[in-house]
Design a protein. Structure first.
Length: 300
């Protein structure tokens, strides 16, 4: 029963990991950019929501209607001012640019808010600790369930958006061939800016749940980036539903690892990530060798 409870808690934790990884996966699938400022921008959103709640008594869920559009504008500006320009310098320059941006954001937050930890838990009432009891040994936290539901709705909504809307199809087409879409009347600069805005709006939502479920500080972004990156890689980089699967797999691995030792929470999660990464590299290399063997053995 203890193991079953840990698995259930791990699945729910995976909902948060999928949520934090959503924007990272979406940006990589569309623009092939690994945004190393992803975690720092999520923490920036968390501090923005905290400031609204602390200074203006705006509840976090209502504050999202302010912060999410603001972060979307940040994403638009980030694409136009930084990512678009740095992409001309090759694959490595955008990565270095976002790394530098993360350092700037972290230090600005430290200057503005200090090193103290914050949380939005006091501003959401009973939701932060209330739960449903399934049995004497198993309980489901209401906030954890809400986080999982939000991840499913967000990922599913993005999937429908990409498949069923005109701008969504334009985003997919731009991701496939940036140069050719211009021939059919699609403005790739505008499409990429919209995609970055959408990614940053999801980052705002992830930052809200980060702040509600745990404490955070100006330098908490690095750890969130690691979780997001691991969930994205485990599920398959660039696939939205794969991001959910990867988040759940990471959460279950961490929860089961916690049964072994407190340090096992992180260690087993990292081991699961490395196992999947090496498996993908091995299978890719094996498939390449098989393909070359068939080509060499094919008659002229």
């Amino acid at each position: 029963m203890i193991v079953l409870n840990q698995i259930i808690q791990g699945v729910l934790l995976g909902g948060y990991y999928a949520l934090i990884a959503c924007g990272l996966s979406f940006m990589f699938s569309v623009m092939r950019i690994i945004n190393l400022a992803h975690g720092s921008l999520a923490v920036l959103s968390a501090f923005a929501l905290f400031a609204l709640a602390d200074r203006f008594d705006i509840e976090p869920f209502l504050g999202l209607f302010i912060v999410a559009p603001a972060m979307a504008l940040v994403g638009w500006g980030l694409q136009r001012a930084v990512l678009e320009r740095s992409a001309r310098g090759g694959l490595l320059v955008p990565v270095l640019s976002t790394f530098g941006l993360s350092i700037i954001v972290d230090n600005l937050l430290f200057q503005g808010f200090g090193a103290d930890t914050r949380s939005l838990a006091p501003y959401i009432g009973d939701l932060s600790y209330d739960s449903w009891s399934l049995t004497d040994d198993i309980a489901i936290g209401k906030l954890a369930a809400l986080t999982m539901a939000t991840a499913i709705v967000l990922l599913g909504g993005l999937q429908l958006f990409l498949k069923r809307t005109q701008i969504g199809r334009a985003i997919r087409a731009t991701a496939e061939d940036l140069d050719t879409v211009g021939l059919v009347g699609v403005n790739p600069r505008r499409v990429n800016a919209i995609a970055a805005a959408i990614a940053m709006a999801t980052v705002a939502i992830a930052g809200a749940f980060l702040a509600m479920r745990a404490t955070f500080d100006p330098y908490a972004g690095a750890l969130q980036l690691i979780f997001a990156f691991e969930a994205t890689v485990i599920g398959g980089a660039g696939t939205l539903w794969g991001t959910l699967i990867g988040g759940v797999a990471l959460g279950v691995a961490q929860s089961l690892g916690a049964l072994v030792s407190p340090q096992g929470f992180f260690i087993v999660g990292h081991l699961a990530f490395l196992a999947v990464l090496f498996a993908r590299l091995f299978l890719a290399g094996f498939a390449g060798r098989v393909s070359r063997a068939f080509r060499l053995g094919r008659p002229a």
